[in-house]
Design a protein around this ligand. Sequence first.
Ligand code: HEC
Ligand code: HEC
Length: 160
Amino acid sequence: MSTSKLLYAAGVTAFSLFLVAAVGAQQPQQPRDGEQIMNASCGSCHEGPVIQTAAKDEAAWKATIEGMIQKGAKVAEADKPLLLTYLVRTHGPMPDGPGKDVILNTCTICHDLTRIKRSRHTAEEWEDTLVAMLNEGAPLSDDDFPVVLAYLSKNFGVKE
Ligand code: HEC
Ligand code: HEC
């Protein structure tokens, strides 16, 4: 292929990519939020709570989004920042330690982790919250209760 043909082919490709991006960005009739983008782009392959039980920082979520696009997820270029912000806000990193896995798996069944993260409680208050969650139906076992309580009091406690 001659150089000019190659340049032409590159130009056509760039233009169609531009079109795809432009159409992709225009498609939604109303502005969409990150949750809607997630449901549309991520819901097709994930039946289980793969996203809900994840807790990643911005760099890790960015890599996950690109990895999922490699696997076939469709995310319009223009939607990426909103999706990333949403994932980091609702499924952001949690401190490591015993109890973290239980929290990721049982406390995300009804709500995301922002409720936990914005709370600062004494150990007694956390105990009350956990009892309230048990009453709501949270499947927190007797063995896990003290572990989760210690985790929450340590990481989301009240500064003395
Ligand atoms: C075309 C199918 C498909 C779509 C669409 C898809 N995924 Fe995945 N995803 C997979 C597969 C397959 C795995 C398991 C293999 C693996 O872990 O890499 C996975 C695993 C994951 C995991 C667990 C592993 C990890 O990296 O933490 C997360 C989190 C995740 N996906 C997030 C997302 C998000 C966010 C989206 C939307 C942007 C998405 N997925 C869309 C196929 C998909
Ligand atoms: C079965 C559903 C369910 C599960 C599972 C669940 N919650 Fe909740 N959670 C709720 C509901 C409903 C509310 C709102 C109730 C209210 O505001 O009175 C709530 C509210 C909260 C709040 C904010 C209110 C407060 O008292 O500060 C925190 C924090 C919380 N949950 C933590 C947790 C933790 C930690 C877990 C895991 C051990 C958990 N939740 C599991 C249903 C659940």
